[in-house]
Design a protein around this ligand. Structure first.
Ligand code: F6R
Length: 360
């Protein structure tokens, strides 16, 4: 990890449980720390909900938005080269035109009332695709029950984005069910134990110089720009969205090698227009040229970034490695919210937009 944050705004005070609790009445920190338990509970729920194998030769489409869609993208990253059929994530009002009766469409919506996902559910039905739903209820559950579509039920009471482990496991289980990937049940179980160690290492009871706390202080007062590559690409997007929704501040993400063909040039003027920091998410299995690009890119933007961090996934299997940096990003976003003094839970502006649209 490198840190050029000599000029960063100082973020005073301990990141203790007590301090976090003062700004976090709905317990978002607790939901992040419970990721290992969510994984185990999610396995049980997915396995008890779906009885039959539905082989779909055309692969899997995961349809959802925001915190409900990211599980599909992270699951696809965890399957990597082991995916044997196409796995496509759609965040839109429709599903791809190539969807056929031989495609499985997993409609993922925590609330069950997201209009884009409801539209995807209907278009999947119109195209005769096989459907599965993962939700707490809402209109999506009502329609699925009426249509005899299997529902993986989720526990209520979370912010949708805090149910990420449930959404990853549902996507992985449905991918296995429809023949798009191997069953990862035992790897998920092992990954849950691995995450417990990382919770102790990076959680609120860890020292002030532990990684997640150092990162939050380094990013505080800046606009973070997160870079992923391959397996870490959807994790970079997860960091961005968690920093947006929990810390209520701008944050952007991009991917290597693509960003070396455009964003790199934008860093030249970064110091003139704002305080930007960079986070590079590396993985032990990344392409060797991507690793060289990360080194070079970090060196070349150094003078224009307020702070720069290079992080690597932890763990053996792909699912362990994916979850390691998801946990780290989720913790960093809660610590950033704490440093900023904002409640990480509610996202009233998103609710307001949904309510306004519903009246139109
Ligand atoms: C809120 C959040 C959002 C929602 C999105 C879709 O915590 O993360 O990104 O996930 O607005 O809503 P659901 O998940 O209910 O379909």
């Amino acid at each position: 990890m490198t840190d050029g944050s000599a000029t960063a705004t100082p973020a005073a005070g301990e990141l203790s449980r007590e301090r976090i609790a003062r700004i976090d009445p709905s317990g978002q920190l607790g939901d992040v720390l419970a990721l290992p338990d969510h994984l185990r509970d999610a396995l049980w729920r997915a396995e008890s909900a779906i009885m039959q194998d539905w082989d779909t030769s055309a692969g899997l489409v995961v349809a959802g938005m925001g915190g409900s869609a990211i599980g599909g993208a992270l699951a696809r990253a965890a399957l990597g080269d082991h995916a044997s059929r196409p796995i496509f994530v759609t965040r839109a009002y429709g599903i791809p035109t190539w969807t056929t009766p031989d495609t499985m469409v997993l409609c993922a919506s925590y609330s069950g009332d997201t209009e884009e996902t409801l539209a995807c559910y209907e278009s999947a039905g119109a195209l005769g695709a096989k459907r599965t739903v993962v939700t707490t209820g809402g209109r999506l559950a009502e329609m699925a029950r009426a249509d005899g579509v299997p529902v993986i039920p989720l526990p209520a009471g979370f912010q949708p984005r805090a149910a990420v482990a449930y959404m990853i496991v549902a996507s992985l289980e449905v991918a296995a069910l429809c023949g798009a990937g191997p069953r990862l049940t035992s790897e998920i179980d092992v990954a849950a134990s691995h995450l417990e160690q990382l919770v102790a290492e990076w959680g609120p009871d860890a020292p002030e110089d532990s990684l997640a706390k150092v990162l939050a202080r380094g990013l505080f007062g800046t606009t973070p720009v997160i870079a992923g590559a391959g397996l870490t690409n959807p994790i970079a997007y997860r960091w961005k969205t968690q920093i947006n929704e929990n810390a209520k501040q701008p944050c952007f993400s991009h991917e290597l090698p693509e960003l070396d063909h455009n964003e790199l040039a934008g860093w030249e003027g970064a110091h003139e227009v704002g305080r930007f920091s960079a986070v590079f998410l590396d993985d032990s299995d990344a392409h060797p040229r991507v690793k060289q690009r990360m080194d070079l890119t970090e060196q070349m933007i150094a003078g224009n970034a307020v702070a720069s961090f290079r992080l690597e996934t932890r763990g053996q299997t792909a699912i362990e490695r994916v979850l390691s940096l998801v946990l780290l990003g989720d913790l960093v976003s809660i610590y950033l919210a704490t440093l900023r003094g904002v409640d990480p839970g509610p996202v009233p502006v998103l609710d307001e937009l949904k309510a306004t649209l519903a009246r139109m």
